[in-house]
Design a protein. Structure first.
Length: 196
């Protein structure tokens, strides 16, 4: 326990390179971008995420999500951060009409080389171990950008979406239990993501 964070070089986004591609890259080379920083901005169709696509309603248009993603180092730890702006449309489990779910949020995941780096990040910081998410090592280490984003979206997506003010008439079925807490099927994703 002799760790004092003496090096206060907050090297955040010192030389961020912007990648200009129209489609969000499925994965990016860590060898190429981990040091220089990486930035991608653009629009993504919700249905382009395969697992998410199965949950979307076909009864409503699915506007594109705005995404601003970047890779940066802080305290010598690599982070993958992104800001999502937009909504998806699912099916209300009470009235079966489309219901809008807001995904707008800032997400930030520390990508650790190993567990020793846990002490370099804040208690509240989400993290993943790089060797558990890297899909390829050779010829270069690839970070599955799109999968990481989809994981976060799925965690934010309610299992039983409902309108806040759903007007479905329920008298004939008697009382509907209020908001029973069911377990998110993607809870396993959260379990993968370390929490101190
Ligand atoms: Zn409803």
């Amino acid at each position: 326990m002799s760790s004092t964070s003496k090096n206060l070089e907050t090297t955040q986004n010192n030389e961020t390179s912007t990648v200009t591609s129209v489609n969000m890259p499925e994965q990016i080379s860590l060898d190429k971008w981990a040091d220089s920083g990486f930035d991608w901005q653009g629009e993504v169709a919700p249905a382009s995420f395969e697992r998410l696509a199965k949950l979307l309603t076909s009864e409503h248009e699915q506007p594109k999500l705005n995404l601003d993603a970047n890779l940066y180092r802080h305290n010598n730890v690599l982070h993958f951060a992104f800001k999502l702006t937009g909504n998806i449309w699912l099916t209300c489990q009470r009235c079966l009409q489309p219901v809008e779910i807001d995904l707008t949020d800032n997400y930030d995941i520390a990508l650790l080389d190993d567990e020793n780096q846990v002490r370099l990040i804040d208690n509240e910081q989400d993290y993943l171990l790089l060797n558990e998410i890297i899909t390829e090592q050779i010829p270069e280490r690839l970070l599955p950008l799109k999968k990481l984003i989809e994981d976060e979206i799925l965690l934010k997506t309610p299992l039983a979406p409902k309108h806040d003010d759903c007007e479905m008439v329920v008298e004939q079925f008697g009382e509907i239990p209020e908001e029973e807490e069911s377990e998110n099927p993607f809870a396993a994703l959260a379990a993968l993501k370390g929490k101190l």
